[in-house]
Design a protein around this ligand. Structure first.
Ligand code: PAF
Length: 279
């Protein structure tokens, strides 16, 4: 497994792979890997000849009062996990390598970038689309793998790929959960035992939505009310948003007749968690 830190080395290694007509898959990550990431790696392994994983805690997608400084960095453990999964190449640049002083070009997908997490975290998606487009330029993957947990991120990235004609196929893998339903997230490491229990309310609320839909409920406001009732069971958990939106545009929909994404974000202690279900 190659571990590369510079853009020049990575560009040249990836150009060689593509030149040999081997299918190259990229799994972009910020490290602190868990089974959710590994499910992306396994999907890449089964679809592609060569699998590259990027590990980069991207400062431009964090707000000034967010957790960039304390985001878990577990590089050695990440490398050991990826080696075991048969990954071929890790690209792990420094912040200076990715954003040399004077860098002032950003990629912004207007509209969708201001919805859901983009509304709560101004500038977040501009940071995501900037770094992901840089990764696409550096690695040049045929396919890139992302998790459904970051549903809004996927919508934004799909639009970026379409609008900028990026020659890459995006593959989305289902949310991976703990046995008790908690969606896997690198940020789950921040939770105390008590918060870990409280955090289950996100999944419980979405399950209630699924049950209501199965019983015929179609109204978005009724479904949102259903989730609020469940969240009320955990008064220490602060709702950031509960939204029923069009899964392609992230715009609110009045009902779920044509399908919808039901997404929630909430603070458990100081940890912001997200989860969703597609109806
Ligand atoms: O989903 C993530 O971990 C990040 O947003 C990504 C796509 C690696 C960009 O930094």
């Amino acid at each position: 497994m190659l571990i590369l830190k510079t853009i020049a080395e990575t560009q040249s290694a990836c150009a060689q792979i593509r030149g040999e007509e081997r299918i190259l898959g990229l799994v972009p990550t910020m490290g602190a890997l868990h089974e959710g990431h590994l499910s992306l790696v396994r999907a890449a392994r089964s679809e592609c000849d060569v699998v590259a994983v990027s590990i980069f805690v991207n400062p431009t997608q964090f707000g000034p009062n967010e957790d960039f400084g304390k985001y878990p960095r577990t590089f050695d453990e990440d490398c050991a996990l990826l080696e075991r999964e048969g990954v071929d190449l890790i690209f792990a640049p420094t912040v200076e390598e990715m954003y040399p002083s004077g860098a002032s070009t950003f990629v912004l997908v207007e509209g969708v970038s201001e919805r859901l997490d983009g509304a709560s975290r101004p500038g977040h998606f501009r940071g995501v689309t900037t770094v992901v487009s840089k990764l696409f330029h550096i690695v040049g993957p045929h396919m890139a793998f992302f998790g459904q947990k970051d549903a809004a991120q996927i919508v934004v990235l799909r639009k970026m790929v379409r609008d900028l004609n990026c020659p890459v196929h995006l593959i989305v893998q289902p949310i991976v959960r703990e046995m008790d339903g908690l969606a896997l997230s690198s940020r789950n490491r921040y939770l105390s035992e008590k918060e870990r229990r409280q955090a289950l309310v996100l999944h419980r609320a979405l399950q209630k939505v699924e049950e209501a839909v199965a019983l015929g409920e179609k109204s978005s406001s009724k479904l949102i009310e259903t989730t609020r009732v469940v969240f009320a069971e955990e008064p220490d958990v602060r709702i950031d948003y509960i939204a029923v939106v069009n899964p392609d545009t992230l715009e609110n929909v009045p009902d779920i007749k044509d399908g919808a994404l039901v997404a929630v974000a909430a603070f458990v202690g100081t940890t912001r968690l997200i989860d969703n279900t597609v109806i």
